[in-house]
Design a protein around this ligand. Structure first.
Ligand code: NAP
Ligand code: F7E
Length: 327
């Protein structure tokens, strides 16, 4: 039985990746941080087969203990402070977790592997946010990185540290440069879920308005379920590498609003949506669109869920949840 160890198991991707690996017959271990973390209950209900270990990316010794206990063949480092807007308010903490946490994870892996560095493969959750003020359209594995947020800068550190461990120690270490990926499991602080939740509530008459920031930002949005499959494929390669994972299509926040409201039969969405400067960022990433040619040719990976279907999937899931709450 192949064993996987996942940090960030209580997050969106942790959920989909655990599900995928369990379906493949893996034994899955997940790192959960904090005292009495409320997300443990959800994890234990939805994926009871996942074995929970406690620890924190800021505490290297807890990572070493978790690795010794789980003895993984594959280590997926998904844990991070991942909300870009929050990273300006908490830049130092974001750096500790999202940047230095990667170094801690790599170092713990090296110590766990001992004399046999080939005994574990490592995946780092890098991000299209690293491209920031984009220097090339579409973005590829060799596009110059120009991050525009403390989160983006932290991810650049983790990305290069992963490459450095591959080159310095011969570690099978891969960096997935994933573009935005969403699902009904997305946190409600992110724009797609914020909209799907509000649209469901507006359709059901529970709320009337929605406040947002920059409606012109363009993102290459894919489905999280498709993207975790790319992570797994990276670790099945003979050697580690860096891969852009994206759909190659970009849409604005406005496009997302249009499809979401249309799905619940509201044509004039503008009367429900207001712009609030509180949701604007100190520096914006205006346009992201990725070129996943390398992943297609080397990993045989391609996204399956299209933009409009993703939007409708998220709105439907929120309609269902809100109706259940109404009883
Ligand atoms: P998410 O839902 O925000 O999940 C983040 C996870 O990190 C949570 O399980 C969280 O645990 C954990 N975490 C936070 N601080 C930690 C710490 N100090 N020690 C250990 N774990 C900690 O994020 P996601 O969307 O699943 O994304 C997964 C990874 O991919 C992240 O690294 C993210 O930055 C990266 N990424 C995401 C996207 C995207 O579009 N989703 C794109 C590119 C890259 P708690 O439950 O305790 O908070
Ligand atoms: O913002 C704009 C906002 O917070 C998307 C993370 O998973 O993907 C994610 O980062 C866009 C931005 O995601 C609101 O200004 C407008 O331009 O959903 P988001 P993100 O910042 O792209 C990358 C790849 C990651 O790696 C990150 O971990 O939408 N926007 N109005 C808004 N955004 C939010 N959150 N809220 C608004 O009201």
């Amino acid at each position: 039985m192949t064993r996987a160890f996942i940090t960030g198991v209580t997050g969106q991707d942790g959920y989909y990746l655990s599900k995928l690996l369990l379906e493949k017959g893996y034994e899955v271990f997940g790192l959960v941080r904090g005292q009495n973390n409320p997300k443990i209950e959800f994890l234990q209900t939805e994926l009871p087969e996942v074995k929970i270990l406690t620890g924190d990316l800021m505490d290297t010794s807890s990572l070493i203990r978790a690795l010794n206990a789980s003895e993984p063949d594959e280590f997926y480092n998904l844990g991070a402070i991942s909300f870009v807007a929050y990273s300006w308010e908490n830049a130092s903490l974001t750096t500790d977790v999202t940047a230095k946490g990667v170094l801690n994870a790599l170092e713990a892996t090296r110590i766990y592997a001992g004399d046999d560095i080939s005994k574990v493969k490592f995946y780092q959750a890098s991000s299209s946010e690293m491209f920031g003020k984009v220097q090339q359209v579409p973005q590829t594995e060799s596009t110059l990185l120009w991050p525009r947020s403390p989160y983006g800068v932290a991810k650049v550190f983790g990305h290069y540290m992963t490459i450095n461990y591959r080159e310095s120690y011969g570690m099978h270490a891969s960096s997935g440069v994933l573009f935005n990926h969403e699902s009904p499991m997305r946190g409600p602080e992110f724009v797609t879920r914020k909209i799907s939740l509000a649209v469901a509530r507006i359709a059901l008459g529970i709320q009337d308005t929605l406040s947002l920031g920059n409606l012109d930002a363009q993102r290459d949005w894919g489905f999280a379920g498709d993207y975790v499959d790319a992570m797994w494929r990276m670790l099945q390669q003979p050697e580690g590498g860096d891969y852009v994972i994206s759909t190659g299509q970009t849409h604005s926040v406005r496009d997302y609003l249009e499809v979401a409201f249309e799905h619940v039969g509201i044509a004039d969405w503008k009367k429900h949506v207001f712009q609030d400067p509180a949701f604007l960022r100190p520096a914006e990433v205006d346009l992201l669109v990725g070129d996943a040619t390398k992943a297609r040719s080397t990993l045989g990976w391609a996204p399956k869920v299209e933009f409009a279907d993703l939007v409708r999937m998220m709105v439907d899931a929120d309609l269902q949840r809100q109706r259940a709450l109404l009883g």
